[in-house]
Each structure stands twice: as structure tokens, then as C-alpha cells.
Design a protein around this ligand. Structure first.
Ligand SMILES: O=C(O)C(=O)C[C@]1(C(=O)O)C=C[C@@H](O)C=C1
Length: 361
């Protein structure tokens, strides 16, 4: 049999597109009905359901047979669910701005593009915007694989009642960029966020040792500054280069190739189990010998896996320490409850910051 012609193949694609379109709208109608059920059962209906979204995306990945790869197809379904949710309620998501930061990228990766993103200048502002109800959720960075923890976010939890309801991992690539006015041989300074400068330290030491490094509030801010300067460069990501119309001179100048930043989603609600969950905990201990041992022993006894432990001096007393602990499992799990009960006996204060689905995308 002869191979199909271009016209015949396109006809088949048109036919499938029509079916897909019909199915997508049927799916959207069901989401609208789900919204009616949520409103009928609860006056204060919560439309966004992270545990259900994680389950849908996991199913999509598990049953995928290709040729589209599992990540790609999951990203498409991410956008479909985002659009369906927007029919129920258009979410307002606050993030650490300005426009073009990796945090905005993380917000869109997690929620899809059918949300309204609100750019704010500081991590505290994101917490406040969500606490006041002006935004439904917030996205803030918490940990970077080269530079470690972002203390400001952890500190904000000491004073905030908000909960963690999700996590996002983002591979971070940094590029050296110039504006159209920059004179390459006259560059005397490089702008970027302090974390980014640290993540590119070796590259800068080797390639631009005599150029002054100036830390600014975000990478996007660094990119924005170039507009009016002819003797400066910036280090930032792709979105910032696009947004401020900059030329990328050197790509991927980060010192470690698997440079990843972890972001968390903050909100008001506790998230039910999704089947594959993580939890974050804040424990305040008296600063006595072996404090860390007493914090960690209950996890070993109950067979709960830790994924991160950080300690910070507590602001509320000279002689106490706060531990931030991430672990596998959900607050409803029996072994997690055993850990919490044991910690209650040991610690001055124990607060579960949230149980949430492990990142799927
Ligand atoms: O199952 C729900 O609760 C829905 O609202 C439907 C749906 C979806 O499109 O699948 C949309 C938004 C929720 O965050 C989760 C899932």
C-alpha cells in the first residue's frame, strides 16, 4: 500500500483534533459540575485540590506508552487541569518577583498557565499576601542544591500560621547576558542575585576575575538594570533574557550542572494524602547536649525517612534552637503520628508545617 500523502495525514490530524477538542470540553464540563458539588457540600468550598492533581498526573505518566514521553504528556495534562480549574475558580498566586524570576517559572510549572500570578518584592510580602487572602496561594524558594537553604523562607514560618501544600523542583540554568548598549570590552560590573553569583563563582573567577560582582534583589532585577547601562552584564535565566530583550553571551555558566532549586507552595488548607507524600516540620528544642539526637531518634524508631534537616537559632529565646525537618509520609500515616507524639514529649514546640504530594513534574 502506498504511504499516506501529506494531505491525508493532515486530514487524520484534523479528525483527531476535533475529537480531542470535544473531549477536552466534556472534561471541562465535568470540572464545572465538580465545582457545583463542592459549593453544595461546603459554603467555604476549596476548589484547588493538590492531592487529586498529583494523582491525575501520576496516572497520566504511568499509563503513557509514547511516542510522547511521560514528562511531556504530563505537562500537557498540567495545562488541561489548570484550564479546567480556572472554570471553577481563577487562582491568584503570589510569587517572589519581579516578573521573570525562577520563582514565577516554578509557579507556572506547578499551577499551569491559567492562573493569575502576582509579583511581590520580598518573601515576607508573599506570606502576607496569602495570609490576608489577597492571593489564594504563594510560591517561595526554600532550598538550592549548590547553596543550601534559603533562610528567609524558613524564618517566615516561625511567625506565620500558613501551611505548605506543595513543592516544585526546578532545574536552574544561569546565563551571562548583555543589553544592546553593552560594550563587551568595557564591562566593569556584573549584576545578579547573591545566590546566583555564588552558584557561578568558579566560572566568574576563571572568565571574568577582574569584573566587580554586585548583588541585587533578584536575577530579574539584574536583567532589568542593564537597560540603561553600557558597561555592565547580568546573570539570569531564559525568562529574564526574553522579558528584557537581552542577548545571551554565555549559556549555563553555573558551577554544578544539576543545579536545582526547590520551591514550596504556601496556603491555608491542609492537604489530604495523595499516596506519595512528604511533610515538613518545625521543632523547637532547648539547647541542651544531644538536642539533635533527641529530635532525630523518633524518626529512626518509627522508620520514617528524612529528606532534609536544618537548624536555626530561635528568635524567641536565647537558649533554644529550631529544627526544620522534611520527611517522607503524611500526617495521617500511623508511623508519622508516632513520630509527632514522641517529639511532643521531647520538644518545647512542635509544628507540622504541612503534608503535601511529592512533586510529580
Ligand atoms: O477533582 C476535582 O476536585 C476537580 O476540581 C477537577 C480537577 C481536574 O481538572 O481534574 C481540577 C482542579 C482540582 O485542583 C483538581 C482536579
Amino acid at each position: 500500500m502506498a504511504e499516506p500523502t501529506l494531505e491525508q495525514l493532515r486530514e487524520q490530524i484534523d479528525g483527531l483534533d476535533e475529537q480531542l477538542q470535544g473531549l477536552l470540553n466534556k472534561r471541562a464540563e465535568l470540572a464545572q459540575k465538580v465545582a457545583d458539588v463542592k459549593i453544595a457540600t461546603d459554603g467555604d468550598a476549596v476548589f484547588y485540590r493538590p492531592e487529586r492533581e498529583a494523582q491525575v498526573l501520576r496516572q497520566v505518566k504511568a499509563r503513557n506508552t509514547g511516542p510522547l514521553d511521560a514528562e511531556t504528556i504530563a505537562r500537557l495534562f498540567r495545562e488541561i487541569m489548570s484550564a479546567c480549574l480556572a472554570l471553577e475558580q481563577r487562582l491568584k498566586v503570589a510569587f517572589l518577583g519581579p516578573e521573570g524570576t525562577f520563582t514565577q517559572q516554578a509557579a507556572l510549572k506547578h499551577f499551569g498557565h491559567a492562573v493569575e500570578t502576582i509579583s511581590l518584592a520580598a518573601i515576607d510580602d508573599v506570606f502576607r499576601e496569602v495570609a490576608s487572602g489577597a492571593a489564594h496561594y504563594g510560591v517561595v524558594p526554600v532550598e538550592n542544591s549548590t547553596e543550601g537553604v534559603i533562610n528567609h523562607t524558613l524564618d517566615s514560618f516561625m511567625e506565620s500560621p500558613l501551611k505548605i501544600c506543595g513543592e516544585v523542583d526546578l532545574r536552574i540554568h544561569h546565563h551571562l547576558m548583555l543589553s544592546e548598549h553593552t560594550q563587551l570590552d568595557k564591562i566593569t560590573r556584573i549584576y545578579s542575585h547573591q545566590q546566583t553569583l555564588a552558584q557561578c563563582r568558579k566560572w566568574l573567577d576563571t572568565n571574568m576575575p577582574r569584573v566587580e560582582r554586585i548583588a541585587v534583589s533578584s536575577n530579574a532585577q539584574a536583567a532589568r538594570r542593564l537597560k540603561d547601562e553600557w558597561n555592565a552584564a547580568a546573570i539570569a535565566g531564559d525568562i529574564a533574557a526574553d522579558l528584557y530583550d537581552l542577548k545571551i553571551l554565555h549559556r549555563n555558566i553555573e558551577d554544578t550542572p544539576d543545579n536545582t532549586t526547590r520551591f514550596i507552595i504556601i496556603g491555608h488548607e491542609e492537604v489530604p494524602p495523595s499516596g506519595e507524600d512528604k511533610s515538613s516540620l518545625l521543632v523547637r528544642m532547648k539547647n541542651r547536649p544531644g538536642a539533635l539526637y533527641h529530635v532525630l531518634k523518633p524518626f529512626k524508631d518509627a522508620g520514617v525517612d528524612l529528606t532534609r534537616v536544618e537548624s536555626r537559632p530561635s528568635r524567641s529565646g536565647n537558649w533554644s534552637y529550631v529544627f526544620f525537618i522534611d520527611f517522607e509520609g503524611h500526617r495521617d500515616d500511623e508511623n508519622v503520628q508516632a513520630v509527632l507524639a514522641a517529639l511532643e514529649r521531647e520538644a518545647l514546640d512542635v509544628r507540622l508545617l504541612g503534608s503535601y504530594p511529592r512533586a510529580v513534574l
